[in-house]
Design a protein around this ligand. Sequence first.
Ligand code: BGC
Length: 482
Amino acid sequence: MALGTLADAPRDLVNEIRHLEELFTVGTAKLKEITNHFVNELTKGLTVEGGSIPMNPTWVMSQPTGYETGSYLALDMGGTNLRVCQVTLTEQKSEFDIIQSKYRMPEELKTGDAEELWEYIADCLQQFIETHHGNASKLDKIPLGFTFSYPATQNYIDEGILQRWTKGFDIAGVEGRNVVPMFEAALARRGVPIKLTALINDTTGTLVASAYTDPKMKIGCIFGTGCNAAYFEDFGSIPKLADVKVKPETPMAINCEWGAFDNEHLVLPRTPYDVAIDRDSPRPGQQAFEKMIAGLYLGEIFRLILVDLHDKKDVNIFAGQDISKLRKPYTLDSSFLSAIEEDPFENLSETLELFQSKLNISPSLPELELIRRTAELIGTRAARLSACGVAAISIKKGYKTCHVGADGSVFNKYPHFKARGAQALREILDWPAKENPNDEDPIEIMAAEDGSGVGAALIAALTLQRVRAGIMHGILNKENFL
Ligand code: BGC
């Protein structure tokens, strides 16, 4: 929005907008500085000493060929829903069939008791199997790929140790422990006929599912409630796996857990609002990058700004109105910002209705303009910072051209996220202007295949394949593969 439209706005609002623009705009030089630091941090995370980005090996040690086959279950424990799928990889190259059911994750489960979480998941799986396969107790065990999208280490001594909860989860007694036996115990108690073949991250699933249908896909990203990426590294570049006896060029998918980038606060342009988000989160000091980008936080950043401007004596937006609804933390999610950015009307009448219905506030036109500009600033910053991570992996791997498979609510639904990210990549990587607006960018971020469904099934298939070939690295429960 041009500031010209604010010609009639009160001086204090114009000043505030200018101030927010200064705080939230990330220029090309800063993007490049962040990206350079990111490249170093990716490399550091692969060393024995490590860094702030975990760079977790996933033990996915081959790329899909498109010729994988078989029938698998896939379970996705995301932020909002629990999804169970039955995926059949068909004889036809890169083709699959899928049936699925979704179960809402009750909000109280996210901060409740570990036992209840595992029981709930086992219940959903049991229901799914009974609906689609009949009496569960008579069945052979079905291989399952479990998408558990939190930072969990996976190595052959301690597969599935949850490093920490992210995305607002805070369930006691799980961090620092192996989630696999807890999950398996809940299944065993119910006699659910499932063998856990692979514990995967959503980004790894996205990477593998996308590479199954498009060999140019080199990076898998999630821009959703949380944010993260995975890519294929070679063992030769992973010093922390130097004792694994494989050829240096053997691939290994790495779940970066890049949400933890810059936890030391060296390069990211944090604002006082980002500092407040972190301070009041269940895990202060963690996921610094994620807290500036991911869907869980975008609405909250916006809310904090508006409350702050209301409380400032010399600004006082929404003067005389009851802002008690707005004062409630995490009342606004990123879809609220999307709706503001999508308001097609010059007088922002949809935004006005949104504020009235959701928050019981009636902003004036200049206030609506400030609101719109604030949403744009937050959404643009998120997209531009995200591009730094994609650029960093591409630089580290020397990829001059590739496809990047992206999924998640912010990528799929937030207006202009893709275009803003593409513009930032262009600035970071110094690409010349496009000759034809329809040309692909050298590195193009595009919609991914279904990572936690097809991807999880493929990873289960790839894991079974290699275990049958006697390659046992990273395998804890051999009996799950017999
Ligand atoms: C989690 C990652 C996940 C990402 C996207 C982050 O909060 O730590 O494991 O890949 O969200 O879902």
